[in-house]
Design a protein around this ligand. Structure first.
Ligand SMILES: C[S@@+](CC[C@H](N)C(=O)[O-])C[C@H]1O[C@@H](n2cnc3c(N)ncnc32)[C@H](O)[C@@H]1O
Length: 478
C-alpha cells in the first residue's frame, strides 16, 4: 500500500506533457512524476496522489542522471514554462518530438498503420525566435531562493514584473532580464522598457487582472529573421502620448538604428492577450518585413507569422512536398495568417483562396500578394466556425483539389471540419502545432472511411521546448 508523502525511487521510462514523466515501481504500479526529469533518470519522488492503478509524485532528487541529460543554460529553467527540455541533449529532444506525434496519432487518433518520419532538426538551438511576448504583472513570481526573504528586503519590487508567466500561474510572472531563445535586441528592449516603466510607475501602473485597472499589459518584440528589421510593440490600456514619445527616445538610445519601428497598441479587453484594438505608430512604418524563400512578407503587430524564420522555410517546403500541387490545381489555404503559405503555393497551382480571422493579417496578406505581383490569390476574412457562410464565394472560386489547413493549437472547429468533409477535396494537408488536435481532427476526416492518412512529417520549430509542428497528408478514399 502506498501513502501520500511516501518517498519512492523510480527510473523514468517516458515523458508526458505538462512537465510530467512516467515510470513503474517494482510491483508494476505506474507512477507519474512532476518535475524536470529525462528518460533514463533515476529519481526520488514524493507521492501526493494515490489512485488504484497509478500514483502521482513530485520529483525531489536526481539519484542517477540519464545519459541524455545536459546542464540547462538558463537560470530560470524549471521555473519558466518556456524551455521545458533544456536539460536534454538535442538528439533526445528530436526523438521525443517524433514520439509525441506518433503516440498522439496512434493512441488519440487510432492511426495504427502510420509511421511518422524522423523530426526535422533546427540549425539554431538558441536565439531563433523572431517574436517574443513578455507580460507585465503586479505580482512578481518568487524564485525558491527568494521565498524566505522578508518582504522589505527584496532586491526587486514584489509588485512589478515583466517576463513570463510561471506554468499554471497566470496572475504572476517571473521578472526575467534575459531569454536565450530571444535575440540580443529583444533582451536589450526588455531591460530598457523595464527601466523606463519602473521610473514611471505612477503614470504607467501595471494592468491588474483582478481590478481591471492600470496600463501596462504586454511587451511584444518582433525581429525579421532574414531582414534584421525590429519592431517594439507596447500593449497598454490607453495611449499616453507623451510617455510613449519618451519611451521611443529611450528605445532609440538603447538600440540605435537596429530599431526600425515602435508601435503602441491599446486594448480595453479584460484579458491578458497581447492583441490591440487601436494602434499608434510612434516610429517607422508600423510593421516589419521578413523573407521566407523568394517572398518578402509584411508583418504588422497583430498579425500571425511563424516564429522561427529558418524553420518556417523548411515547414513550407514540407507543405509543398505533401501537397504535390499541379499547375491546374485550385487550392484553399485555411487559417492563412499573412498569406505566407498562400504565396508559397501560388507559384505551383492555378489559384489559391486564403481564409483568415484577423483583419490586419488579411490586410497584410493582400499587401504581400500585391508587392510580389501575385494575382492568383484571393483572401477572405472569416471566423472558420462560420465556414458555411461563404458557400457562395467558395462555389464561385471552384471546387478545391487540395486544401491546406493550419489551425491554431486548439485545432479546427467541428463545424469547419464538417463543412470541409462536405467539400471533400481529394487531398487535405493538415499543418499542426498540436499533435492532439491533429489526431482528433484527423480521426474526424477518416472515421467514415472518407480519407486516409498517408504521411506525417514532424518538424522542430522550437528547440528546447516540448512543442512540435507536423505536416500530415490525408487522401480521399472515394
Ligand atoms: C497557426 S497560425 C497559421 C498561419 C499561417 N498559415 C502561417 O503559416 O503563417 C493560425 C492562424 O489562424 C488564425 N485563426 C485563429 N482562429 C481562427 C478562426 N476561428 N478562423 C479563422 N482563422 C483563425 C490566426 O489568426 C492565425 O493567423
Amino acid at each position: 500500500m502506498y501513502k501520500k508523502k511516501q518517498m519512492v525511487e523510480v527510473e523514468i521510462i517516458d515523458l508526458g506533457d505538462k512537465n510530467q514523466s512516467f515510470g513503474r515501481l517494482e510491483d508494476g504500479i505506474s507512477i507519474f512524476v512532476q518535475g524536470p526529469a529525462a528518460v533514463g533518470d533515476t529519481v526520488k519522488a514524493e507521492i501526493f496522489k494515490v489512485k488504484k492503478k497509478y500514483l502521482v509524485a513530485r520529483m525531489c532528487e536526481l539519484v542517477e542522471p540519464s545519459p541524455h541529460r545536459i546542464d540547462p543554460v538558463c537560470p530560470y529553467f524549471g521555473l519558466c514554462g518556456g524551455c521545458k527540455w533544456q536539460h536534454m541533449n538535442y538528439a533526445e529532444q528530436l526523438r521525443l518530438k517524433r514520439k509525441q506525434v506518433q503516440d498522439a496519432l496512434e493512441h488519440l487518433g487510432g492511426f495504427k498503420e502510420i509511421e511518422c518520419e524522423p523530426a526535422l532538426a533546427a540549425p539554431n538551438l538558441f536565439g531563433y525566435r523572431n517574436k517574443m511576448d513578455f507580460s507585465f504583472t503586479d505580482l512578481r513570481y518568487l524564485t525558491p531562493d527568494e521565498m524566505g526573504i522578508e518582504p522589505g528586503a527584496h532586491a526587486k519590487p514584489l509588485d512589478f514584473a515583466v517576463g513570463f508567466h510561471a506554468p499554471g500561474c497566470f496572475s504572476k510572472a517571473i521578472d526575467i532580464d534575459h531569454c536565450d531563445l530571444s535575440t540580443e535586441e529583444m533582451n536589450i528592449t526588455l531591460n530598457t522598457v523595464r527601466k523606463f516603466c519602473l521610473a514611471h510607475r505612477d503614470e504607467l501602473p501595471i494592468y491588474s487582472t483582478h481590478t481591471h485597472t492600470g496600463e501596462l499589459r504586454n511587451l511584444v518584440v518582433r525581429h525579421g529573421g532574414h531582414t534584421g528589421e525590429f519592431m517594439v510593440n507596447l500593449v497598454t490600456s490607453t495611449h499616453q502620448a507623451e510617455l510613449m514619445e519618451q519611451l521611443c527616445v529611450a528605445l532609440k538610445d538603447a538600440l540605435g538604428d537596429r530599431l526600425t519601428t515602435f508601435v503602441n497598441n491599446t486594448t480595453s479587453a479584460k484579458n491578458t492577450v497581447a492583441f490591440g484594438e487601436k494602434e499608434f505608430v510612434l516610429y517607422g512604418p508600423g510593421y516589419i518585413t521578413d523573407r521566407l524563400g523568394d517572398y518578402t512578407y509584411r508583418i504588422s503587430a497583430n498579425s500571425f507569422f511563424q516564429t522561427n524564420t529558418v524553420q518556417a522555410e523548411k515547414l513550407y517546403n514540407e507543405i509543398l512536398k505533401a501537397a504535390q500541387l499541379k499547375e491546374t490545381d485550385l487550392v484553399y489555404d485555411l487559417f492563412c495568417g499573412t498569406g505566407s503559405i498562400t504565396l508559397f503555393a501560388s507559384g505551383h497551382c492555378q489559384k489559391v483562396l486564403g481564409v483568415e480571422l484577423v483583419e490586419s493579417s488579411v490586410r497584410d496578406a493582400r499587401e504581400n500578394a500585391k508587392r510580389h505581383n501575385v494575382d492568383n490569390c484571393e483572401f477572405i476574412q472569416l471566423d472558420m466556425k462560420d465556414f458555411r457562410k461563404i458557400e457562395p464565394e467558395l462555389r464561385e472560386f471552384g471546387a478545391p483539389d487540395v486544401v491546406i489547413t493550419d489551425p491554431p493549437r486548439a485545432g479546427m472547429n467541428p463545424k469547419a471540419v464538417k463543412m470541409l468533409l462536405e467539400i471533400a477535396p481529394p487531398v487535405i494537408v493538415y499543418v499542426s502545432c498540436n499533435p492532439a488536435s491533429l489526431a482528433r481532427d484527423g480521426q474526424m476526416f477518416c472515421e467514415e472511411g472518407q480519407y486516409r492518412l498517408v504521411s506525417c512529417q514532424p518538424i522542430d520549430m522550437f528547440p528546447q521546448t516540448n512543442h512540435v509542428e507536423s505536416v500530415a497528408r490525408f487522401e480521399r478514399c472515394r
